[in-house]
Ligand binder design. Sequence first.
Ligand SMILES: [Zn+2]
Length: 215
Amino acid sequence: MKCFQCKRGKMVSQVTEMKAHIRGEEVAVSTEALVCRRCGLQVLTDEQSKAYTIASADAYRRKHNLLTTKELKEARKRLGMSFREFAEYLKVSEASPKRWEAGLVQDEAMDELIRLKTDLSTARKNVADLEAKLGLRATASQSQAMVFQMPRRELAESQWRARGASVSVGGGRSAPGLCGIPATALRTARRESDGVHNSTGKEPSSGGAPFSSEC
Ligand SMILES: [Zn+2]
């Protein structure tokens, strides 16, 4: 094929470095194009244009840690869904999943929704993060913590309050302790039950967990 520009050079198909502009950002794209050997004119056929659009979107996605075309397709296929089913699943228009896989960059919120609804590890991590935020991490230890407290009269709730500490069973936002009991409370309890009086008022420097065997 002769060049449209110089009319003399030969156009050959080759992988070319091109620039694309996506959401106001310039990204470098490596894609196949027809290039004139003489004047350097670059032209895209219809097929090459489609590939260029996808390659550009993927270059932007990789830069911003968004799912690429291949990953989007894999996510949908993993669930065995058609475009229509996937769209219904995500509560978006039917055209959207088609457009994403053709090179329209999904926004960040949609990218996260797709991951949450198609990827187990992301969904599990989300549950763990949410539990931590809601302070539910120590739930499994609650009953054990109650048994542990019962025989020790010095651990009565009124005393905890008097010491300015709160018995926070299952409270995830307090300082890390054992069975949901704040570490500072445990250290105080240990000192008192051992009959040790620390006149300096400083906390014992021992970093060990005094009651770990009971949890
Ligand atoms: Zn030319």
